[in-house]
Design a protein around this ligand. Sequence first.
Ligand SMILES: Cc1ncc(COP(=O)(O)O)c(C=O)c1O
Length: 467
Amino acid sequence: MDLNELSGVLEEVTKALKPYQEGFHKFSRLPETGMKRDDVIGLMQKLSEFEAGRWKSGFASGAVYHGDDEYNEFLSSVYALNVASNPLHPDIWPSATKFESEIVAMTAGMLGADKTADPIVGTLSSGGTDSILLAMKTYRDWARAEKGIAEPEIVAPVTAHAAFVKAAHYFDMKIVKVPVGLDFRADVAAMERAITPDTAVIVGSAPPFPHGLVDPIDELSELARSCGIGFHTDACLGGFILPWAEKLGYNVPAFDFRLPGVTSISADTHKFGYAPKGSSVILYRGNELRHHQYFSITDWPGGLYFTPSFAGSRSGALIASCWAALVSMGEKGYLEAARQILETAEWIRRKIGEIPELQVIGDPLFVIALRSDAFSIYQIQEFMSRRGWSLNGLILPPSVHICVTLRHAQPGVKERFIDDLKAAVEFVRGNPDAPAGLGPLYGMGASVEMRGMAKGMLNSLLDLLYE
Ligand SMILES: Cc1ncc(COP(=O)(O)O)c(C=O)c1O
């Protein structure tokens, strides 16, 4: 592939944004006189109508986990009541602190805190990446303080979320990325070989984003325990659905604090916790570990300053809305939602099994990754995106996935997905040169020589998006 073809790919991506950018006035400076509030609302309504068609009708993989209109209105009312709230001022908004500690306690209880004698503590963060960054910084500081490791390392399977690489980059840590086994799950023996005297933490995911197959957390966390180091379960995606799947009788491998070697867990309230975007929970076994996350300064002219996480001021409204999501759903609500999602995913998997050109990777519960021996899976993804679907493209191996949510449990959505998938296969069968959309860019990521160029392309893409 040459540079012209590559910039063609970039152009394709930006073209997709054009109707959005051209259809609405672009503010490149503050309006001299403020817009009328009604006009602002009118504009928001137009934008929302423009965007909502796809996600409301279940065309997105993951992204919107609940999305019911009435439920969103309920969360919006809670947000409105708390719009000024900021937990940085607990004297003014003690409710925000109360909500936060209760969210942490309810999440911990769901993830095995009541089955262990150790205290399980934590804080709220702004999302999965934020929770992972917090945990990795915590292990860095813990390893330096408690184990005298000057340059602490992370050992993680390659399928662990990109946020772990981001954490290593931000916090000057080394991350050892270990290939997964033939079953696409963490390879315990290979992980063991990657441990050095400088390893601070081992990572496993329940499940990882790409193929949705839960790592062998029991063996990995025991390995960490036997080495006297930390083990982080990334349950950002699965934390609020696997406990309910287990209760419903699905085969869910152990991944939570019932395993004594698990020393921290990230679980996203803003995914299957059905809270609005902007919240996640990071939990630790024991307060000693959590202390390495805190920040405080006692000699600042601005006074005593102390925060539990990275942010200073935070949105108390998001915390209140997250709390409202948890208590309004309750155990029965989460169980019922999980039942619908898992049954929908099972149905989709069964139907994909009837398409000989497509193969599901492993035996997943709700993230279904597909590959093809017959043609480029990115040709299928491109056809699907022209039909409105937003599936996630993956590399190593080339595949795409759909993360099933409540949006897909609406009547007719799963049937439409399978019909479109069958049409895609039919089309690519008859058109071997069918376009592969972003496929070439994914392909670049798979080859070492091309990765530098791919990074350059992604930087240009970010510049275009935020110009
Ligand atoms: C397993 C896993 N970890 C972490 C994250 C990061 O979450 P966020 O996008 O909220 O930062 C995701 C996101 O999909 C995920 O699937």
